[in-house]
Ligand binder design. Structure first.
Ligand code: FES
Length: 89
């Protein structure tokens, strides 16, 4: 197995939390996609993302983008915050 050297930016991006409700980092989401989870639903099933209090309002769009990106880490900033009105508590 060839180990790829990661840049500082890539390491930081991989450590960034995607699913805030469940504390799931981008690296875990990308790993699930690399292992065959090719839909948001499959990623959520494998990782447990999307099942928190916000019902994937925050993480869903980012996971969708990662699936479309074939699991390549997003280096650009992404937003996972929502307004209080978006929550259904
Ligand atoms: S951030 Fe993922 S379920 Fe809320």
């Amino acid at each position: 197995m060839i180990e790829k050297k990661l840049s500082i930016e890539e390491i930081k991006a991989r450590l960034k939390v995607v699913c805030i409700c469940k504390g799931i980092k981008q690296a875990r989401i990308c790993e699930a996609i690399e292992r065959g989870a090719d839909t948001v639903e499959k990623v959520n099933k494998v990782t447990g993302s999307g099942s928190g209090g916000c019902n994937a309002t925050r993480c869903g769009p980012v996971i969708k983008k990662l699936v479309e990106n074939k699991g390549r880490v997003l280096l650009e900033p992404y937003k996972t915050e929502i307004e209080d009105d978006d929550l259904n508590f």
